[in-house]
Design a binder for this molecule. Structure first.
Ligand SMILES: NC(=O)CC[C@H](N)C(=O)O
Length: 304
């Protein structure tokens, strides 16, 4: 299929779209971006590439990186991982504290902040040099050996990270955080600060469209079963309390971040990354979601 023509049609349809969203402001540094930027890049499993707009601009991938840390932790812990974090949609905002006490410090899933903090704790506890090993892993996936954390963003988030501190303290009290809190938070803030372009992001996630194996380099990152399970968790939990809406309108497993990025997977077909910094009330890119809704409708390529 010529996805380039579809991009043009969808962009035309988006012309009258009134974007009422706003860029994230609780991480001060995230506001220093042109909120009208818009980019998209699609990579097929045959390595065909299609792009539009600001697809080569770097942006903060934020929570999208939680999928990558989950992949690393899943390889270490195997199915034991799910004793410390669930696979259920939370139905609450990504940074919510309310369920955590009721659930005795076991986060509903690995993509809300509490869950990603537990995953970070596992990596800090098992890896010799967690930040460097994470970076090496993401560099290999993306094909960009120069990929970096953004210290400006990480420091900015740290300076305002009261909620994440509250979440991790509560879980420490319940015994679900095993390492030093500051070390885990430092890892987590760096994880969220990784910057990528839409092109790099779609390439990075291509292995999840291909049963855990990068279809271009042929490197097997994850077993077929684990790859399917990660897609299942993305489908159910990738958009927090808007996961149902994303499934309903877009119909693909995916993951969002408060930097305005969204990555979505069509198993055995493609990986697509879209970026538009203005967020809706649930913390997901509003134009990005609309674009993907129109795109999967136009191409009739939802998984359902
Ligand atoms: N949804 C997100 O992208 C949130 C990630 C952000 N770093 C936070 O912890 O709040």
């Amino acid at each position: 299929m010529n996805y380039q023509d579809v991009f043009v049609q969808v962009i035309e349809k988006l012309d009258g779209f009134k974007d009422l969203g706003k860029p994230a402001s609780y991480i001060p540094e995230l506001q220093n971006v042109n909120s009208n930027n818009f980019g998209v890049h699609l990579t097929t499993i045959e390595d065909q590439n299609f792009c539009f707009g600001n697809s080569d601009d770097k942006f903060s991938i934020q929570s999208i990186s939680k999928v990558l840390s989950l992949v690393m932790a899943y390889k270490i812990e195997n199915e034991d991982l799910w004793k410390r974090v669930g696979v259920e949609p939370s139905g609450t905002p990504f940074n919510s504290l309310v369920q955590l006490e009721h659930d005795k410090g076991i986060p509903r899933n690995p993509f809300i902040n509490a869950g990603a903090l537990v995953i970070s704790d596992i990596l800090v506890g098992h890896l010799k040099d967690p930040k460097q090993e994470l970076l090496q892993f993401v560099r290999r996936l993306s094909g960009n050996p120069k990929l970096e954390f953004c210290s400006r963003i990480a420091e900015s988030e740290k300076s305002m990270g009261y909620r994440n501190a509250a979440l991790i303290n509560l879980m420490k009290d319940f015994g679900n955080i095993h390492n030093d809190i500051d070390e885990v938070l430092d890892f987590y803030f760096n994880l969220c600060s990784i910057e990528m372009t839409c092109k790099e992001l779609s390439k990075t996630f291509l292995f999840l469209a291909s049963n855990g194996k990068d279809p271009i380099t042929k490197e097997k990152y994850l077993s077929t079963s684990k790859s399917k399970r990660i897609n299942a968790v993305m489908q159910l939990c990738g958009f927090y309390d808007e996961a149902g809406e994303f499934s309903f309108k877009v119909g693909l497993p995916g993951k969002s971040g408060v930097g305005g990025g969204i990555v979505a997977i069509h198993p055995n077909k493609y990986s697509i990354a879209v970026w538009s910094p203005k967020l809706n009330a649930k913390g997901n890119s509003s134009k990005g979601m609309k674009f993907l809704e129109l795109f999967t409708s136009e191409t009739e390529s939802s998984i359902f």
